[in-house]
Design a protein around this ligand. Structure first.
Ligand SMILES: Cc1cc2nc3c(=O)[nH]c(=O)nc-3n(C[C@H](O)[C@H](O)[C@H](O)COP(=O)(O)OP(=O)(O)OC[C@H]3O[C@@H](n4cnc5c(N)ncnc54)[C@H](O)[C@@H]3O)c2cc1C
Length: 300
């Protein structure tokens, strides 16, 4: 089924997409937000480090935003998955899981990223609760705890530096052979940081709260929390289908105006920038404002 044209389609209706929708809604643009409703932080009990909402649940922050945006009747929401998108002349056609086809003059990708978890029993259940990736988001809450840093090499050194002043008693668990340079090695010795090179078999936990780590030799060490770094991939193939360039780290390449290399396509939030609610809201706002400005340029 084909519906009438929108000015802008936003794929992804979490913080980045909602922020873009607000700017466009206030500019009286006809906007469609397509959202599958699976933000990356959905398992974390509380979100931190975002002004006015420090300690709110991820859902509360998004709900307040969505309720305010619903006041702008020119913005409509579609709950579902955008399965494909293509550029036809200067417009865009977007397909959905329920066989809907929508068209628009501009397209904003606010699709986020998907974390790829290691094959460690209990890891997924603790993710965002007591196994965390970001000291700014959760470091204060797990300060002073006995903490495993599940990471290796440069990643481990980077995180270790960031949590140094939070009082944690940290052990690095590399989940395999340690890969540190001589310089890193001597820094670890200087700061008396223990490194455990054994494979991790299981994170023992209660309702997502770490209690201990069981290693492959069945030894068990008790911890209260863990930091980690996990790889990621884009949540959807749509940027690739459109021909958007992806950089070496796996992010959609954008300029300071959130424009991709495809004219009329903008990207914002985690799919193209540093990860935080504040950054998603900032980049979403820029994408919305710039899409509106380019519509103005086309029309006026
Ligand atoms: C465990 C965890 C805890 C975190 N805690 C904090 C914190 O305390 N403070 C902080 O500032 N940041 C935190 N972050 C980071 C923060 O959650 C992200 O930076 C933020 O969610 C990014 O917003 P986004 O809109 O770009 O993407 P997301 O919030 O991930 O949302 C992407 C949306 O796009 C939808 N989507 C994707 N593809 C499609 C498609 N094809 N069709 C339709 N919809 C689609 C998804 O379903 C989802 O709703 C945390 C992240 C994680 C993983």
């Amino acid at each position: 089924m084909k519906t009438k044209n929108f000015d802008v389609i936003i794929i992804g209706g979490s913080y980045a997409g909602l922020s873009a929708a607000l700017a466009l809604g206030r500019s009286l643009r006809k906007v469609l937000v397509i959202d599958a409703g699976k933000p990356c932080n959905r398992q974390t009990p509380h979100s931190h480090n975002f002004l006015t909402q420090d300690g709110s649940t991820p859902k509360q922050i998004a709900e307040i935003a969505k309720n305010q945006i619903l006041n702008y009747k020119n913005v409509v929401f579609y709950n579902g998955i955008a399965t494909g998108a293509k550029k036809i002349n200067s417009d865009f056609e977007v397909n959905t899981d329920k066989q809907m086809v929508f068209t628009a003059k501009k397209l904003i990708l606010a699709t986020g990223i998907k974390d790829l978890f290691p094959n460690i029993k209990g890891f997924k259940e603790c993710w965002g609760i007591s196994v965390v990736h970001c000291p700014y988001c959760h470091g204060y809450e797990i300060r002073n705890q006995k903490t495993a840093l599940i990471a290796n090499g440069d990643h481990a050194m980077h995180l270790l530096g960031l949590i140094q002043n939070l009082g944690n008693q940290v052990t690095i668990t590399t989940h395999g052979k340690a890969k540190f340079t001589e310089e890193q090695q001597s820094k670890l010795e200087q700061h008396q940081i223990e490194v455990i090179e054994k494979e991790i078999a299981e994170i023992n936990h209660h309702n997502g709260f770490v209690e201990s780590i069981r290693f492959s030799d069945n030894s068990i060490v008790s911890y209260q929390s863990a930091y980690t770094v996990v790889p990621f991939e884009q949540n959807t193939q749509i940027p690739k289908l459109l021909g958007c360039e992806i950089n070496e780290q796996g992010y959609i390449k954008v300029d300071a105006m959130q424009k991709t290399n495809i004219t009329g396509v903008y990207a914002c939030g985690d799919n193209s920038s540093m990860r935080s609610v504040a950054t998603a809201v900032y980049t979403g706002n820029i994408a919305g404002v710039v899409a509106n400005k380019e519509l103005v340029n086309d029309e006026f």
